[in-house]
Ligand binder design. Structure first.
Ligand SMILES: *Cc1c(COP(=O)(O)O)cnc(C)c1O
Length: 814
């Protein structure tokens, strides 16, 4: 895009503060971390429940960004950039998208519904891409923010748009409709999701239908709940399994062997298609796509051949363990410029390894000339610090010289033949290719053998939770995140990398070894060690870790080592015991502590801290407050007598929520970031981070009177279908969770644990569940939550999380 700032000012009727309204806007951003921000960026400072874009403006100005849409001008910045002041920055973003959409006049397919939006969008993209230059929403960008961003990515070369719109309550669709302005509407399945945001199903459907109020056609499945609500002026093109008067009547559906044949009647003839899926949701989504093709007058032969190639849509980027200690990001089903940008952003945020490799196929339908396209790709590659590029395809091979370190192959098979010579090791590899290149074969050779039991970690949820707590902090209060015990069992390094990316101020670990391993893996954030053993002081110094000092003995030992190594101003942290009675200097120790530190330049007191025993327990708030008061007093004494001004901190997660007045200069966030709260109210606002998953290894049916497992502790009263799951107490599943106490989830239904949990396995009751061997099993996650399990086992969520053994593979995704 290339739009004068003046034009945009007029679009918003905004007040503009700044000197340079002659600026030209080429790029719109809401993400302060985007590597594309620059002089020609227009940054919208959005305000969300957990984040405020205005906070990032100073650093953005430093990076060269000059144009901001704001609801207020942050103090002291009035003269530093152009500020378009509006009432609501999100509304402004939407207005801008409406204006921008108006600059283009080509068919746009708008998709909404309860389920299947993203799949239908991705499939339509695949089915139509041979004939159009398509712009589509990236991933599932379908929200009040996502839709405008998707539309703003349109450029001059596109000639078809496919956008999805999702709503969770009334009045939202009215805002999205003029942004998408669909000419062809597709309503997918209407289910129960987001029911809570509406008074009735009819209201929900009516709201969704608003997307199509100006469309030339609405494609949908005949449904008595929908029919009567459609605007009379809208033409429809409908399908049905039952109603022969629908435009397309699906007369027969036959599934077997992972395939489904679908017969349909259209214009008086019967046709057949085949799709490589068996489940009902996929069948309905495929039929929605079929109707779009029919409406666009595709012939049956083309429809038939393209539908047979539909593929499973990957809804997210997944980090997998690769061979030779590599990390693998599998995005092997699509290759277009938009999604490449997103995937490269994700790749850059992974800093386990310096070395990053991009395996990329030819890119289709970018809307740009190849010349321009590969020029842009090369720029992205440099901006995202990608060390080598492996290009596969005729076109990318022709543009090999655009890249600094690039190997190319004409075909995927050539790459596979040469694979051994490419020395993949200790690096992060992004595999990104169009469907036709069959990059799943590349993923297969690069991926380490899959494990059946995994702990999946949702990194987005972690970021979300971090922001939730950040939003509670006063300006300038720093944040230390505790990543002890492998990030509370969730995975130390990956989480530390993410936190580094989010620029938290400190990490906290329990022992020196944990810190050393983070430093060895390239983490650069300062790390405080809560419980440094005297024997580890040398390595603490060598690895630039920062010890917590809690006794005079420890202090003297550390000073000896510091003396020996001739250190100067080495950072240490002083822990005061204010009532927890675990570690720390007591009131009586303080004079000698001060005496020892006075005039000693070997060390520098970086911070003074204490830890609360009851920050989560209302019954003991008085005690908590007395701890805070004592901390304030003793830390002030140290500061005054030593004439220093260190960081002070006492709050853990529940402290942040319950004692906002005691934030001092830093807080120490632990369990909260992992999505767990002691407060059921707060719990509602946190997102689940870890999901422990396994599969069903074997299924059998036993008659009444038979037993299951060691000691015959379960006796079947009636015929019972039993599933065996390969996870046991050696993986961290407490035996107390067995024998009818606990359950797992299979197909969204509870399956009670039968008999005792074994070392490596447990058995569950699946009599009422329609499932097969190999099906997924959820041990904990959204349901049951670790909080529920902890309650039933009379312990705390911390113990459940940190008990999951290291032999359980961790898989990280966004
Ligand atoms: C573990 C720990 C924290 C974090 O506690 P949460 O309750 O998980 O937030 C903070 N400070 C110290 C000293 C800790 O040991």
């Amino acid at each position: 895009m290339s739009i004068p700032l003046k034009t945009i000012i007029a679009v918003f009727s905004a007040r503009c503060h700044g000197d340079d309204s002659s600026a030209i806007i080429e790029h719109v951003s809401i993400d302060s971390r985007s590597s594309h921000n620059g002089v020609n960026t227009l940054f919208f400072a959005l305000i969300g429940p957990n984040n405020n874009g205005h906070v990032y403006i100073p650093e953005l100005i430093e990076e060269g960004v000059r144009n901001f849409v704001v609801s207020y001008i942050p103090e002291g910045l009035e003269e530093k950039a152009n500020f378009l002041v509006v009432e609501n920055t999100l509304v402004a973003l939407q207005k801008f998208a409406i204006y921008y959409r108006g600059l283009f006049d080509f068919p746009v397919i708008g998709i909404t519904g309860s389920n299947g939006k993203t799949i239908v969008k991705e499939w339509l993209n695949f089915l139509l891409s041979p004939d159009f230059n398509i712009i589509r929403s990236p991933k599932s960008f379908n929200s009040q923010v996502g839709v405008p961003l998707s539309v703003i990515a349109i450029n001059e070369k596109h000639n078809l748009g496919i956008f999805e719109a999702g709503i969770s309550t009334v009045a939202e669709m009215d805002k999205l409709e003029p942004i998408v302005k669909p000419t062809i509407g597709v309503l997918t399945n209407i289910g129960t999701s987001h029911d809570e945001g509406f008074e009735s199903t009819a209201q929900k459907i009516s709201e969704k239908l608003k997307l199509f109020q100006n469309s030339e056609i609405l494609i949908y499945k005949r449904d008595s709940r929908v029919d009567s609500l459609i605007f009379p002026q809208i033409k429809t093109f409908s399908w049905s399994f039952e109603d022969k008067t629908a435009d397309v009547y699906v007369s027969q559906v036959k599934s077997s062997n992972h395939k489904t044949n679908i017969w349909y009647q259209f214009n008086g003839d019967t046709f057949e298609i085949e799709i490589p899926f068996e489940d009902m949701a996929s069948i309905e989504n495929a039929i929605s796509c079929l109707l779009v093709l029919l409406y666009l007058k595709y012939d049956n032969a083309t429809i038939h051949s393209r539908m047979a190639l539909l593929y499973p849509v990957q809804m997210r980027l997944e980090v997998k363990n690769g061979i030779n200690n590599c990390n693998l990001i599998d995005d092997s089903y699509s290759s277009d410029f938009q999604s490449l940008k997103i995937a490269l952003d994700f790749l850059e945020s992974q800093n386990k390894f310096q070395k990053k490799t991009l395996i990329l196929s030819d890119i289709f339908q970018s809307g740009l000339s190849d010349e321009e396209l590969y020029g842009r790709v090369a720029k992205l590659v440099v901006a995202n610090n990608i060390e080598r590029v492996i290009g596969i395809g005729e076109t990318i091979s022709a543009f090999k010289d655009r890249f600094v370190n690039c190997i190319t192959y004409k075909h995927t098979a050539d790459f596979l033949a040469d694979f051994e010579n490419l020395d993949f090791a200790n690096e992060t590899i992004l595999v990104k290719g169009a469907r036709s290149f069959e990059f799943e074969e590349i993923v297969a050779v690069l991926e380490q053998k899959k494990h059946e039991t995994v702990l999946e970690i949702n990194l987005n949820a972690l970021s979300y939770n971090l922001n939730f707590f950040k939003a509670k902090l006063k300006p300038k209060v720093k944040i230390m995140v505790m990543v002890k015990a492998f990030g509370y069992g969730n995975g130390g390094l990956e989480i530390a990398s993410l936190l580094e990316h989010h620029q938290v101020d400190y990490l906290g670990v329990a022992f020196a070894d944990e810190g050393i391993s983070l430093k060895n893996d390239g983490i650069r954030l300062p790390i405080m060690v809560l419980n440094p053993e005297s024997t580890s002081f040398s390595s603490i110094i060598q690895y630039q870790l920062e010890p917590e000092i809690y006794t005079l003995r420890g202090l003297n030992n550390f000073l000896k080592v510091a003396e020996h190594k001739n250190l100067s101003h080495f950072p240490i942290h002083i822990k005061i015991d204010t009532g927890m009675h675990r570690l720390g200097f007591e009131r009586n120790d303080i004079p000698e502590l001060i005496q020892t530190l006075k005039g000693n330049s070997r060390v520098q007191v970086k911070s003074i801290l204490s830890h609360m025993a009851t920050s989560d327990d209302e019954a003991h708030y008085d005690f908590a407050k007395s701890q805070i008061r004592l901390f304030d007093e003793l830390s002030l004494q140290i500061m005054t007598e030593l004439g220093i001004n260190p960081i002070r901190h006492i709050l853990n997660s529940s402290g942040i929520s319950n004692f906002p007045e005691a934030q001092f200069n830093m807080v120490r966030l632990g369990i909260g970031i992992y999505g767990v709260s002691n407060d059921p109210e707060e719990q509602k606002y946190l997102e689940n981070v870890g999901t422990l998953k396994s599969i069903i290894s074997q299924i059998r049916t036993i008659p009444a009177g038979d037993s299951v497992g060691y000691g015959r502790r379960f006796m079947a009263q009636k015929e019972t279908k039993v599933g065996t799951i390969p996870i046991g107490y050696a993986d961290g599943i407490s035996r107390a969770w067995g024998n009818g106490v606990g359950y797992v989830m299979i197909k969204n239904k509870k399956a009670r644990i039968l008999g005792s949990v074994c070392m490596d396995m447990l058995m569950v009751d699946i009599t009422e569940i329609d499932c097969v061997e190999g099906d997924d099993v959820i041990i904990f996650g959204e349901s049951p939550t670790v909080v529920e399990i902890a309650k039933a086992l009379h312990t705390i969520p911390y113990e459940i999380l940190t008990s999951i053994s290291q032999r359980v593979k961790r898989v990280f995704y966004r």
